[in-house]
Design a protein around this ligand. Structure first.
Ligand SMILES: N[C@@H](CCC(=O)N[C@@H](CS)C(=O)NCC(=O)O)C(=O)O
Length: 215
């Protein structure tokens, strides 16, 4: 009996779940993706979906990642055990969902062929991602802790960094990230962790923005 994650290969929303599972040493099976299985399991019909050994079904990727993180308290993924740090972890997870994932997807999805390119959406996504990275950079620059919440990797780092993997690989060129040196340094430190590498491999930072074909 083990956990089963239904997800297409390379889905960035699965990264946070699988990286948290690496830190917590929780084996997760990933069967060959069958969209009809996801549709039948999840009320939203969207991937990823987790089946637990006791037969529960969980949807919404960040909630699944929180669940996996909370299965162990000794690894520190949810913070130092205080309510304040648990809230700080949640805060950055919500920041990733609301401020990073949306503009990031609008920027790189057309590059991957997931949606058509639209100039206005492209401009707005870059502006919104820039604003979000400004906030992240200011927090990291303060230097209060080595990672987002404390001096070790927590779920906050996993969720935020996972949202940046494809943008940093595909579209955020050196000119774009130049204003966010603290973010880049922190991201590289996360990506160097064995638990990240086991899921996302070696991340080569974007040298030249890949542009989606104009319609
Ligand atoms: N908020 C959801 C979003 C899930 C989502 O949009 N999943 C995409 C794949 S990354 C999907 O299933 N798309 C297929 C569809 O919309 O039919 C989550 O974080 O799990």
């Amino acid at each position: 009996m083990s956990y089963t994650l239904h997800t297409p290969a390379g889905n960035f929303r699965a990264f946070k779940i699988l990286i948290a599972a690496e830190y917590n040493s929780i084996p997760i099976d990933i069967p060959e993706f069958d969209a009809s299985k996801t549709t039948s399991l999840s009320p939203t019909g969207k991937a990823p979906v987790l089946e637990t050994p006791s037969g529960e079904v969980l949807f919404e990727s960040t909630s699944i990642a929180r669940f996996i993180a909370r299965l162990r308290r000794d690894t520190g993924l949810t913070g130092d055990g205080s309510i304040a740090q648990e809230a700080a972890v949640d805060q950055w997870c919500d920041f990733a969902t609301n401020k990073l994932e949306l503009p990031a997807c609008v920027w790189w999805y057309p590059v991957a062929g997931y949606m058509p390119f639209q100039q206005l959406a492209y401009n707005k996504s870059k502006e919104d991602l820039r604003n979000a990275l400004k906030i992240l950079n200011a927090h990291l620059k303060e230097g209060k802790s080595e990672f987002l919440v404390n001096d070790q990797v927590t779920l906050a780092d996993i969720v935020v960094a996972s949202a940046l993997v494809y943008p940093f690989k595909l579209v955020c060129d050196p000119k774009f990230v130049k204003k966010f040196p603290a973010v880049v340094a922190w991201f590289k430190k996360c990506a160097e962790e064995d638990e990240f590498k086991a899921v996302i491999g070696e991340v080569v930072m974007c040298k030249k923005e890949i542009k989606a074909p104009a319609p």
